[in-house]
Unconditional design. Sequence first.
Lengths: 318, 326
Amino acid sequence: MTTYACPVCGKGIDVAEGDKVVHCHYCNTDFLTMEGEERYVMPAYYNSSDCFEIFMLWAKKQGEYDESTPLQLHMDSATLDFYPFWVISLEGTTTFTGLGEDAEYSWPDGDAYRQMRTFLRPEQGTFDRRFELLFPAAKDFPQELKSYQIPGRARKYFSTGFATDAGGTLHGSVLGREAAEQLANEAAKQQFSLLIDREVDRVDTRKDALNIVESYYVYVPIWSFGYSFKGKGYRAFVDASTERVIFATYPPDIRERASFMGIALLHILVGGVVASLLYLQATPLSYLVPLPLGLVGAGVAYAYRSLQPTRGGEKLEE
Amino acid sequence: MSSAVVSGLAVKCPNCGASLDLSPDTIVYVCKYCGWSGFVTSEQIAIGGVLPEDVNAVKASVESFLKKRTGGNYSVSEQKFIMAPFWLVKTHDHTRYNGYRSETRTMTVGSGKYQHTQAYTVYRPVKGVIDDDLLLPLFARRHETMFALEKAEEAVQGASPVQLAQDQLKPLAKTCEFLSSSIGLDEASHWAETKVSDIHRSKVQGMCTKVFDCYTEVSIVSSQLVFYPLYSVRFQDKGRTFRMLFDAARGIVLEAEVPITEAQRAGFLIAGYGASAAFAGASYAVAPQFTQNAMALSLVLGAIALGLAAYTTLMATRSQREVGGT
């Protein structure tokens, strides 16, 4: 017996071994377990306290907390979800004919022309590309993680032990292999369309030859935390296989923000008043105006610092 | 633990017989016990690479760097000595392009008191071919990325890899982790073709106002899998974490996040206020000589002072800064 979270409503359903299609009696939909198919998993290398620790350090850095400010975040909830994805690689070629733009030039002016007339002429071309696409297979995949990228690192062949040993929930799928490959084909064709549209204005014939090189189903473990700070609730998602903070909301350092805002207002106010007073003065005193304007500039920078975002994730450099 | 213990790709090293648990993505690996290198299908290949400096020398350089940048109160929370796989793909490329660039010119029309300048547009055809050879580095780990990967790829691009024999690999496999390659030759070639097309296209777009055509043909001259030594460090200073990537072949920091010291913050602030004062002084001294546009000149100088002060203040209030190449 394995428990799968329904990929639509998220409720847990007990599934007998080998059952491929399951009916969720909570939301009255059918979903897939992908049992019996070749499945992979990213192991949850880091437990909840590792991940929360890393998250706190990260939040502290984001919030620009001072060393002296103890950051007392209280973890209210921690759940580990194994969300399924399809990873599909395809190679393809597109060959097209159509009408593309060209130009005629007249009325020479030095080494250039004063007049140009564009016209359409027959054009043909070919593009070869390889695509790697990622599709979440569960519908209950959190909205905040939409731009999630699998961070790599040693996937393994799947066994339910990976989820149960780590105390995680396996999620079912709403996307079978065929449907996923269909999506991949469409996405690849769309990419080709973008390439073709750059070259021709009108497409007359087009032939796509797409070949799926590899497609696999993989579970990715994600810790989702609810935590509170000074009575307010926040959320954080941390990748359990790499410890990366994927997305979080975090409290700003109120003291630092307030002081930055205070300094900002002071600069802008003093700078602005002095600048306008100087400007109204007779010359040559009014020529000193760059000094108060410099204060305004510094004030703008302080204001920017005090308005830093309170949500975001760790960047993956690419 | 239940049944889930060994679930990777189980491979027996064809040379020493050791059992290895690799990722199912693995295509090429180095045995961590005997230094044998080859495909997961047991076919041996000679691998290219760059040898690292002595481990202790690397650690000492990293330590002295961190000491200098933090004032000595840091603690290292994670450190990894890796041999990272990269594909070095050499391509021969041919791109044909067609487009135009528009420019604005001025001419003088009329005569006497009706004389004035008029702006008009000219078009310059931009048409030709680009023929070049490129050497492209690609991190051979699917989907994977790491801090300062771009800098590491640059380092690999400029390296001169040599063939590494098994007796060189064996001691190395003990001190650092050989990351296996999960990207094969075909995928690397395809990636290189796309990359070249993108590079050429952006070059052409830089030359043109509008691009009509840009077609690139790429032929792969050679591809080599190269292992490059990197030392990646995460350290803490005053309760914040910072990352760093060290080039263990050349003994330099590729990129590091370092804390900003109070002296640096003060320096930036003083520079900002100082610049504003200097601009005010300059304006006071010089403006009276431009009788017609004196106030306008002051305001322009003021705008520059405003921008400079905003910049230096932003620099002074950053939480960290990036350094590299030292």
